[in-house]
Design a protein around this ligand. Structure first.
Ligand SMILES: [Mg+2]
Length: 160
Protein backbone atom coordinates (compact mmCIF):
# COMPACT_ATOMS: atom_id res chain seq x y z
CA UNK A 1 0.00 0.00 0.00
CA UNK A 2 1.31 3.40 -0.94
CA UNK A 3 0.14 6.90 -0.09
CA UNK A 4 1.11 10.00 -2.00
CA UNK A 5 0.86 13.76 -1.69
CA UNK A 6 0.54 15.56 -5.03
CA UNK A 7 2.17 18.87 -4.32
CA UNK A 8 1.84 22.30 -5.82
CA UNK A 9 4.44 24.80 -4.53
CA UNK A 10 3.35 28.38 -5.22
CA UNK A 11 0.36 29.22 -3.04
CA UNK A 12 1.08 26.21 -0.81
CA UNK A 13 4.63 26.67 0.50
CA UNK A 14 4.55 30.42 -0.16
CA UNK A 15 2.03 33.20 -0.76
CA UNK A 16 2.14 36.51 -2.59
CA UNK A 17 3.38 38.14 0.62
CA UNK A 18 6.39 35.81 0.93
CA UNK A 19 9.55 37.88 1.13
CA UNK A 20 12.09 35.14 0.45
CA UNK A 21 13.42 34.73 -3.06
CA UNK A 22 14.76 31.78 -5.04
CA UNK A 23 18.30 31.98 -6.45
CA UNK A 24 16.75 33.28 -9.70
CA UNK A 25 14.67 35.89 -7.89
CA UNK A 26 11.24 34.26 -7.96
CA UNK A 27 9.02 33.91 -4.89
CA UNK A 28 10.80 31.62 -2.45
CA UNK A 29 9.61 29.01 0.03
CA UNK A 30 8.68 29.59 3.67
CA UNK A 31 10.33 27.21 6.13
CA UNK A 32 7.36 27.33 8.51
CA UNK A 33 5.07 26.10 5.73
CA UNK A 34 7.40 23.23 4.85
CA UNK A 35 7.30 22.25 8.54
CA UNK A 36 3.50 22.09 8.48
CA UNK A 37 3.63 19.89 5.39
CA UNK A 38 6.29 17.64 6.93
CA UNK A 39 4.26 17.23 10.11
CA UNK A 40 1.11 16.18 8.28
CA UNK A 41 3.09 13.98 5.89
CA UNK A 42 4.83 12.08 8.67
CA UNK A 43 1.87 11.89 11.01
CA UNK A 44 -0.10 9.82 8.54
CA UNK A 45 2.85 7.86 7.21
CA UNK A 46 2.73 9.18 3.67
CA UNK A 47 5.30 7.59 1.39
CA UNK A 48 5.91 10.00 -1.46
CA UNK A 49 5.69 13.57 -2.66
CA UNK A 50 4.89 13.83 -6.35
CA UNK A 51 5.32 17.29 -7.80
CA UNK A 52 2.40 18.63 -9.85
CA UNK A 53 3.52 22.27 -9.69
CA UNK A 54 5.05 24.12 -12.64
CA UNK A 55 8.31 23.81 -10.70
CA UNK A 56 8.43 20.28 -12.18
CA UNK A 57 9.24 21.88 -15.53
CA UNK A 58 12.60 23.10 -14.22
CA UNK A 59 15.66 21.04 -15.03
CA UNK A 60 16.64 19.00 -11.98
CA UNK A 61 20.01 20.79 -11.96
CA UNK A 62 18.44 24.26 -12.15
CA UNK A 63 19.36 26.37 -9.11
CA UNK A 64 15.72 27.00 -8.26
CA UNK A 65 14.89 23.29 -8.42
CA UNK A 66 17.85 22.52 -6.16
CA UNK A 67 16.62 25.26 -3.84
CA UNK A 68 13.20 23.53 -3.63
CA UNK A 69 14.87 20.16 -3.01
CA UNK A 70 16.98 21.64 -0.22
CA UNK A 71 14.02 23.41 1.43
CA UNK A 72 12.05 20.16 1.53
CA UNK A 73 15.15 18.24 2.60
CA UNK A 74 15.59 20.44 5.68
CA UNK A 75 12.38 18.87 7.01
CA UNK A 76 13.21 15.36 5.83
CA UNK A 77 11.01 15.52 2.73
CA UNK A 78 11.99 14.63 -0.79
CA UNK A 79 10.42 14.65 -4.23
CA UNK A 80 9.85 11.14 -5.53
CA UNK A 81 8.47 12.02 -8.94
CA UNK A 82 6.59 14.41 -11.18
CA UNK A 83 3.15 14.14 -12.77
CA UNK A 84 3.21 13.92 -16.58
CA UNK A 85 2.05 16.59 -18.99
CA UNK A 86 1.30 20.28 -18.70
CA UNK A 87 1.15 21.80 -15.23
CA UNK A 88 -1.98 23.66 -16.37
CA UNK A 89 -3.88 20.38 -16.83
CA UNK A 90 -3.01 19.13 -13.37
CA UNK A 91 -6.02 16.88 -12.92
CA UNK A 92 -5.22 15.11 -16.18
CA UNK A 93 -1.57 14.69 -15.13
CA UNK A 94 -2.46 13.31 -11.70
CA UNK A 95 -5.08 11.00 -13.18
CA UNK A 96 -2.50 9.64 -15.62
CA UNK A 97 0.01 9.21 -12.82
CA UNK A 98 -2.52 7.24 -10.77
CA UNK A 99 -3.32 5.01 -13.75
CA UNK A 100 0.39 4.27 -14.13
CA UNK A 101 0.75 3.55 -10.41
CA UNK A 102 -2.07 1.26 -9.27
CA UNK A 103 -0.14 0.57 -6.05
CA UNK A 104 -1.19 4.02 -4.78
CA UNK A 105 -4.10 3.51 -2.42
CA UNK A 106 -4.35 6.86 -0.73
CA UNK A 107 -3.54 10.36 -1.87
CA UNK A 108 -4.24 14.01 -1.28
CA UNK A 109 -3.69 16.98 -3.58
CA UNK A 110 -2.46 20.33 -2.29
CA UNK A 111 -3.01 23.26 -4.65
CA UNK A 112 -4.14 26.88 -4.52
CA UNK A 113 -5.99 26.65 -7.86
CA UNK A 114 -8.78 24.27 -8.93
CA UNK A 115 -7.56 23.85 -12.56
CA UNK A 116 -9.32 20.86 -14.19
CA UNK A 117 -9.60 18.86 -10.95
CA UNK A 118 -13.39 19.11 -10.99
CA UNK A 119 -13.49 16.78 -14.00
CA UNK A 120 -12.25 13.92 -11.84
CA UNK A 121 -14.46 13.12 -8.86
CA UNK A 122 -11.81 11.03 -7.12
CA UNK A 123 -9.34 13.93 -7.34
CA UNK A 124 -11.87 16.57 -6.34
CA UNK A 125 -12.70 14.70 -3.12
CA UNK A 126 -9.02 14.64 -2.22
CA UNK A 127 -8.18 18.22 -3.22
CA UNK A 128 -7.17 20.63 -0.46
CA UNK A 129 -7.26 24.25 -1.61
CA UNK A 130 -4.67 26.47 0.04
CA UNK A 131 -3.80 30.10 0.41
CA UNK A 132 -0.55 29.23 2.07
CA UNK A 133 -0.77 25.71 3.51
CA UNK A 134 -2.02 26.95 6.88
CA UNK A 135 -5.12 28.39 5.19
CA UNK A 136 -6.58 25.20 3.82
CA UNK A 137 -10.09 24.06 2.91
CA UNK A 138 -11.77 21.18 1.14
CA UNK A 139 -12.62 21.59 -2.53
CA UNK A 140 -15.47 19.08 -2.25
CA UNK A 141 -18.49 19.20 0.04
CA UNK A 142 -17.97 15.46 0.45
CA UNK A 143 -14.22 15.11 1.00
CA UNK A 144 -12.50 11.72 1.20
CA UNK A 145 -11.24 10.45 4.55
CA UNK A 146 -7.60 11.07 3.54
CA UNK A 147 -8.40 14.72 2.87
CA UNK A 148 -10.23 15.08 6.20
CA UNK A 149 -7.31 13.62 8.17
CA UNK A 150 -4.70 15.65 6.31
CA UNK A 151 -6.58 18.90 6.78
CA UNK A 152 -7.05 18.16 10.49
CA UNK A 153 -3.35 17.61 10.88
CA UNK A 154 -2.53 20.92 9.18
CA UNK A 155 -5.04 22.80 11.31
CA UNK A 156 -3.84 21.24 14.55
CA UNK A 157 -0.18 22.00 13.95
CA UNK A 158 1.04 24.99 15.85
CA UNK A 159 3.64 26.91 13.81
CA UNK A 160 5.06 28.43 16.95
MG1 LIG B 1 0.02 27.21 -7.15
Amino acid sequence: MKSVVFLDVDGVLNTRTTVKRTPYGYTGIDDARVKILANAFKRYGYDEIILSSDWKELDEKHMDYLYLVSKLGQCGLKISGHTPGSSRKRGKGINEYLNLHPEIEEFVILDDVTFDFGKYEKLWERLLITNGIENVRFASRTPAVEAILFLDSIKNFNIN
